[in-house]
Design a protein around this ligand. Sequence first.
Ligand code: GLC
Length: 619
Amino acid sequence: MRRQSDFHARLDRHYDELKWLYCELYEGGLNHFYDLCDKMEARQAARPAALKKLDKDREGSPDWYRKNDMAGMMMYTEAFAGTLRGVERKLDYIEESGINYIHLMPLLDSPEGKSDGGYAVSDFTKVRPDLGTMKDLSHLASKCHQRGISLCLDFVMNHTSEEHEWARRARAGEKEYQDMYFFYDDYDIPSQYEKTCPQVFPTTAPGNFTWLPDAEKFVMTTFYPYQWDLNYRNPIVFNAMADNLMNLTNHGVDIIRIDAVPYIWKELGTSCRNLPQVHNIVRMLRMICEIVCPGVLLLGEVVMEPEKVVPYFGTVEKPECHMLYNVTTMATTWHTVATKDVSLLKRQMDIVSSLPKEYVFLNYLRCHDDIGWGLEYSWLKGAEQMEEIPHKKFLNDFFTGRYPGSFARGQLYNDDKASGDARLCGTTASLCGLEKAVKEGTREDVENAIRFDLTLHGYMFTLSGIPVVYSGDEIGQFNDYSYVEDPKKAADSRYLHRGKFHWDAAGLRDEEGTMENLLFHGIRRMESIRSSFSVFSNKADVKTVDSGDISVLHLTRSYGGETLEAFFNFSDSPKTVWVSDSAEYADLLEGGPKRSGSLPLKPYGMLWLLSSTSNKYFS
Ligand code: GLC
């Protein structure tokens, strides 16, 4: 008897469930299902041997991405190094930064000026020509793999650019292609959708539909008018997009960020977010990857409250995403920066720590998008008498520097006067006071702001999951105000924090005492401590402790008989903290032992103290 191939064994394992889910979604779609199976087989056959080997290795150690030595960085190819070849030449810097996972922002072909930062893809099989080629992408991925670096890329699946071939043919009147989108002759159905479907960009792109005068049709455009929503009710769309996904993974992409995933299924009378069919589709994508490229991970972009995010992990038997963003923690961190009150952050930590440890969150201080104020307002109202709208106004005033005494230098994003629901842009250094301190402050202000920047990163490194630094934050890059001079960017303030990487400034990282030196090596050190002490393992028990001070967050991580006591001071005053569970502690940041009792905590400072049953760190 012929030995069954690995592919067929994996297909067999998932076949019944995949077929069942497929036919549930696409009634009478059996032929399309067989087409999908053919596509999977073809992509698996074309998968390069080196990637198949990686698949095998990762199948053999399925926890490979759950280790505490994972550290990520996200960047735009053009801002960081011009081209994909350029990124390849900068891999030494990435390694020096202690990074083993890079997320390159969308780099597939996308029309200039109507690209939404690359999130309007006009060809899923082609790299934007000014950035390189698909061959460069594969080359970069293999160079990354040689160094143990994983590569993450977006899969923009909710929509295509209006310039995509499918969209062009739909606009030209081909019914087959119109059926790949949501086309309507009049505003009847669109107006019904508008009643229940909220807006993503209320000021920069109001409404969820766009009128196409040449085609005399309305098309659904949840995001920008040039981003046409794909219709996943059509199995041809699903199959074609699944094929595009497999093509990317065959070029060596290890982590697929499924962009805007909650939006991919639309239903009249609903919010068109997080519908059950979305989970069905994500589960199918997960199985497709497990069959064709089992070393690949899915990262879901679900920028919503925890109750909406967590279901995207799926269940133990039927997992969906491998990783999700810890978005509420991110927003709550900035709330804490502004209020100097850790109560909500402590509560948020308790919620996250009560989740199963198998869940892997990506922790971040900021990303390429704005910071939306998705906080737990019901709790804030009850516990702190804070109302949602005035509180959002306070946060926005604070982070745009308008609030008296504020040190922040951000800008608003989609300032919707009707809902009072503006969001916020800015780099970490500009939001935490470093930009203002350097431009207007004293030496002490600068020292405090650098300490705060490090403390915020240190807090992120203390959390379970994978920390992801935004490229440039590791050297304290400020906002880039020049975006307003570019008419293609001026209306989108997210470009404020997407500036070019400052290689000159990075060159100062080894010059003693410079801001770049203190931040780069400070962050680097924390990363290396994080990866070498098992107390940072994702298996650790994480707890919050009442620090007795409203501005001081006290977390503990316990694993293998050791406990880390972590303190973070969100205020500009020095504090005293108390530790007494052990006679002595190893101070992981400053070095040397500390006796139990009261210990000083600097303004905006942090402490990582390790108590141990053995004395191995005190020698
Ligand atoms: C995601 C991206 C964002 C983009 C949107 C539309 O939310 O993070 O930058 O505008 O999707 O594709």
